[in-house]
Design a protein around this ligand. Structure first.
Ligand code: HEM
Length: 317
């Protein structure tokens, strides 16, 4: 093509642009002039690299705290991606099994990445440094990750997030506000010695409780489980069931155990557990076999539920 030649394709595009601008009362010529003066997009501007790299603000001078804060931020971005996919399933007007499966597969890929990469925490920091810089971060804890709780709330019926003894038929239809205090994670927010709620948990709820309740109500009929139940029988394929089971296992066993390994590595000295964020009995709380959070109990056999999280725990404790 010679320079300056306006091919039929270019002319067609110009006409389409003219139509587009006409729809909103703008003219093509002014917009073309704007294009002439506009700067080229640059990678670092597009991804806001400067802002991104300005967020790793450590609280101490221990070099390994930088790894700790950065990996938490990486995790939050993967959580964000997961919530982005969940919203696409929840908001879909004409949901089918294929779309559902594709999005679940994406989510599972994110959580798998997080599970495998947890070695960055488990093996990738000097434990002497950890024990010191961690004290400077009290009483903050990953326990206060709101996105983690949003993923749980959007994944299943709220009742499934309650302590097992509160998962009754009455709770299934109760207002979220009324059952909120029976959430399983309240257990992890209790001081081992006094049974009082930790300051970590009090801060967390002051900041997010209302949002959690609102999200619970919002997702009552559009959480992943309800969306699955709403599909026609022929769309509930074995592959989709498997993807939901994988998700359940990835969040409620695999990720939690990778995370638990880091607690064991840094917070256990011989047989003596170091005090965690707020004196929580994390050894009793964190392992999935004790926690027993299961998003989709009807997709598991009795035996599978009986053995929830046991195999892995045996490997690590
Ligand atoms: C060396 C690394 C880590 C250690 C030693 C550790 C330790 C702990 C401990 C002891 C708890 C129990 C609550 C408390 O006492 O604070 C906890 C909870 C939690 N942490 Fe971590 N953590 C680590 C890294 C992370 C990372 C990278 C994330 C990512 C966001 C994270 C997210 C969470 C979440 C979501 C909980 C609540 C889990 C639940 O309720 O089942 N943690 N962590």
């Amino acid at each position: 093509m010679e320079r300056g030649e306006l091919t039929p394709m270019i002319l067609r595009r110009l006409r389409e642009l003219q139509d587009k601008y006409a729809l909103t009362g703008q003219d093509l010529l002014s917009n073309l002039e704007g294009l002439l003066h506009a700067n080229y997009l640059k990678y670092w501007d597009y991804i806001h690299l400067d802002t991104l790299l300005s967020l790793q603000n450590t609280r101490t001078d221990f070099p390994d705290e930088f790894i700790f804060i950065t990996y938490h931020q990486i995790t939050e971005l993967y959580f964000r991606l997961s919530l982005h996919e969940i919203a696409q399933i929840a908001e879909h007007n004409n949901l089918n099994g294929t779309f559902f499966l594709e999005r679940m597969t994406r989510i599972n890929r994110y959580i798998k990445n997080l599970t495998f990469s947890f070695d960055i925490m488990v093996d990738g920091m000097d434990s002497e440094q950890f024990k010191q810089f961690r004290m400077a971060l009290l009483p903050a804890s990953g326990f206060q990750s709101a996105q983690f709780r949003f993923i749980e709330i959007c994944a299943t019926d709220f009742v499934r997030l309650l302590k097992t003894e509160y998962q009754t038929e009455t709770a299934e239809t109760a207002e979220i506000q009324a059952i909120f205090n029976h959430l399983y994670w309240k257990e992890g927010a209790t001081e081992g010695s006094t049974q009082k709620e930790t300051i970590t948990s009090i801060h967390f709820q002051e900041q997010y409780k209302d949002e959690f309740i609102a999200r619970g109500e919002e997702y009552r009929y559009k959480n992943l489980w309800q969306k699955y139940l709403g599909l026609s029988e022929d769309q509930k394929t074995d592959a989709l069931k498997q993807a939901l089971r994988d998700f359940d296992q990835l969040i409620n066993i695999d990720w939690r155990l990778s995370h638990f390994r880091s607690a064991v590595r840094y917070l256990k000295q011989g047989n003596e557990p170091l005090n965690a964020t707020g004196g929580t009995n994390w050894q009793k709380y964190l392992p999935p076999r004790f926690q027993r959070t299961i998003f989709y109990p009807t997709l598991w056999t009795e035996e599978e539920k009986e053995n929830w999280g046991k195999k892995w725990v045996h490997e690590f404790v």
